[in-house]
Design a protein around this ligand. Sequence first.
Ligand code: DSN
Length: 448
Amino acid sequence: MIPDTTVNPLSPAGTRFSALTRTDPDVLATILGEERREREGVELIASENYVSGAVLEALGSVFTNKYSEGYPGKRYYGGQEFTDAVETLAIARAKTLFDCDHANVQPSSGAGANIAVYHAWLEPGDTVLGMDLTHGGHLTHGAPVTHMAKLFNFVRYKMKDIETGEIDYDALREMAKQQKPKIILAGFSAYPRELNYRAFKEIADEVGAIAMADMAHISGLIAAGVAHNPFDDGFNIMTTTTHKTLRGPRGAMILSKGTVGNPLKAPEKTIDNLPTLIDRSVFPGLQGGPHMHQTAAIAVALGEAMKPEFREYGKQVLKNAKHLAAFLMNNGCKLVTNGTDNHLMVLDCIQSFGLDGKEVEHILDFVGITTSKSTIPDDPNPPFKPSGLRLGTPAVTTRGMKEKDMEILGMFMLQAITHKADETHRLKIQEEVKTFCSQFPVPGITGR
Ligand code: DSN
């Protein structure tokens, strides 16, 4: 049975939330409310997950008290015995998991990690070739609204065929020859298919660019060995957040190939110096003191990702996604690229239901199914009211759901949309979702 933390457990000293119970019941109420929301609802946002009790403990540790600008063995403040040890551990685990020469585990977010790479390698005005936002790319890959788009010249490639998701690598090559990018960027936040990393790398070599992969969404699948590792095809850099399929705390890493030098000395801009250029770009270039409690929690998550159970987790994420996609398509829904090879899918809500993504997100929210609206390729609608909805299976898989549960979730979703105007029916589905969820504990809340 799942302990009900919304009922004040009296909290004797030393037990969970005992200090907050005494000092700040207002904030405690919000934390318990969020726990209840996570426990009683279904999380289908493709970029979210549930951390383990161990990750949560490291994140809530005294490492948050410490300033540690610099890198292990080269810091600007004293008292670094344990910060050096934990950061060294995180770096070593990241290098082993992703098979690279260097890991910078300090970026506090994925956006910062990408910005640090751009500044490590580019000069203002240089060109980056990245995936179009509505075709699945990410805001930090050069969307015109970002600060980076004012500094660098981003040009965008698209899918050749939105029915299959295939990228037009011939067009990409031609574009690269014309535009002469310094970075070719492979990566996405709403693309449901595998990329051909070898093709990206060959094109990058032909035009003298470096190959960078933003694997924020699928780094957990790469670590589990169920998705391709871009380093196997010679990529130079991989950025990733740590809180999506990798199931760690909020944070990010920059992984690279090359020789690790002294980050206190500015090296020449050569491919071999990328690790040092990246370290200097993160600190002092972009950030001040790293979040060592976050680093400790990243180390724990990377340790978990090295275990055989994580391989099984990765396999199940994929099985669940394929199953949910098939169930929805068999019931008349239209998915962008007609399916998925990874953990996510994009539902075309206009074609499926005659509703936009914001309306469907809202309908599902009411019954306790959390999703995120999404653009579809070349979406005629604006990003705040786009035509699609993105769904993903990393979080529900962490809770232990399997293929048959995907059918139940799919059914709840379709019923909620069909009965959107029937209040009694909607409340009934809301109760059914809650009862269904009670079978699947949330790890961090139960302490697992
Ligand atoms: N917000 C993340 C996502 O949902 O994909 C990426 O930044």
